[in-house]
Design a protein around this ligand. Structure first.
Ligand code: ADP
Ligand code: GN1
Ligand code: MG
Length: 360
């Protein structure tokens, strides 16, 4: 227990039983055992340059969600995040060394880092769909853009090419095939951002980081309990949420599986998630439905190029456990993209079938 932690726990009036928790790539997460279990996180201020704006978004969005959940007869303490303030009433604490810390009520639920049963995808989809639905009337323009152009894939391409040109780590020569894989697919990068700009795709309040481990599922019933990791809640397209969830949930293996023969895009997972999502998102438009399969390819490409750019930059963004970790992650994404490209007609047919069943 270092001095900094003692100081931070003191600021929230907490006891000293703290241990590492969860598998996020961005924040440092700990659980504090005590009369009431809580989650304490050091917000990654390299990623979130203005943590106070992140907390402002989270407080406003969760307050809004709490009202809706209560109106619908649910339990707001379980179905959305509850921010616990410091002893002097602040939503986060800035330590003397400049770290930003926040505390949430612990929510009982399982967050899966790998899919062990296809039903997990159906329930996760329903939870993410419901989340976007509950925020349908939230005034999107009042949210801070905490990471500018987060899912602007065209801008991600610009940054990627800058990273390759800069080659800060001297690693670019170790991954020419992967760089070419990304550059060969640049024509895909404007389709959703341009649709948002010309109004053919609706702007919604979206989660923007819908990895399966960002939803807690009930360990007994398997149903969705709570959507967590609200740092990137911002205006966006539901295609970001749907596509990113299947980027992760559609894979037969871990995001950092080294043996690519174990990585394939699993059509059963795709079907289960798509069922849950369309079912819980009655306001989905014809254009959004049409782009669902494409969005998985787009979000997988975007994430893959971000992993590859971070490898080339020298691992400055995502947490890594060994020097090639980001390259390994990028390769799984590219394997998935090759599968998705080959399966596109089949995936489109499944979406049409499910959409028709739900009256679209
Ligand atoms: P990161 O941005 O680093 O992914 P998350 O907010 O997703 O951080 O937290 C990391 C992990 O900690 C989650 O995947 C989940 O397992 C766990 N977690 C986070 N918040 C809570 C909470 N309020 N209750 C229970 N578990 C939580
Ligand atoms: C990060 O925070 P976490 O681990 O849920 C990242 C996502 C990536 C994901 C890839 C703020 O998500 O954008 O898709 O890793 N979050 C941020 O695993 O950059
Ligand atoms: Mg997370």
């Amino acid at each position: 227990m270092d001095q900094e932690f003692k100081e931070v726990l003191g600021a929230f009036g907490l006891e000293l039983h703290v241990s590492d928790y969860g598998n996020g790539h961005i924040n440092d997460t700990y659980i504090v055992q005590g009369p009431e279990r809580v989650i304490i996180q050091r917000i990654n201020s390299n990623v979130f340059r203005q943590p106070e704006l992140v907390m402002d978004n989270i407080l406003n969005v969760t307050e809004y969600l709490r009202k809706i959940i209560a109106e619908e007869g649910g339990d707001p303490d379980v179905e959305t995040l509850s921010v616990i303030t410091t002893t002097d009433g602040k939503p986060y604490y800035r330590s003397t060394t400049g770290g930003y810390y926040r505390v949430y009520k612990f929510i009982r639920g399982v967050s899966y880092d790998e899919i062990t049963d296809v039903s997990q995808l159906y329930h996760a989809a329903k939870a993410f769909g419901k989340f976007t639905n509950m925020l349908a009337d939230y005034p999107a323009d009042t949210l801070h853009e905490v990471i500018p152009k987060f899912h602007d894939t065209r801008n991600r391409y610009r940054n990627f090419k800058d990273s390759v040109a800069r080659d800060a780590s001297g690693r670019a020569h170790t991954c020419p095939d992967e760089i070419k894989f990304v550059l060969d697919r640049e024509c895909n990068c404007g389709i959703v951002v341009d649709g948002l700009a010309d109004g053919s795709i609706p702007l919604r309040v979206t989660h923007n980081d819908t990895k399966l481990n960002n939803v807690l599922l009930d360990p007994d019933t398997g149903e969705g309990v709570c959507v967590i990791d609200l740092d990137t809640v911002m205006p966006g397209s539901l295609l970001y949420d749907y596509g990113d969830a299947l980027r992760f949930g559609g894979s037969s293996g871990a995001e950092d599986e080294k043996d690519l023969s174990k990585i394939r895009f699993v059509v059963e997972n795709f079907r289960a998630f798509t069922e849950g999502y369309i079912e819980s998102m009655p306001s989905i438009t014809a254009r959004e439905l049409e782009l669902l399969p494409f969005s998985i390819k787009l979000m997988t490409l975007e994430c893959g190029l971000r992993f590859l750019a971070d490898y080339i930059d020298g691992d400055v963004y995502f947490k890594t456990a060994y020097p090639e970790h980001n390259l390994v992650r990028a390769r799984t994404q590219f394997k998935l993209i090759s599968d998705i490209e080959a399966m596109m007609p089949e995936l489109n047919a499944i979406v049409s079938e499910i959409a028709a069943k739900h009256g679209h």
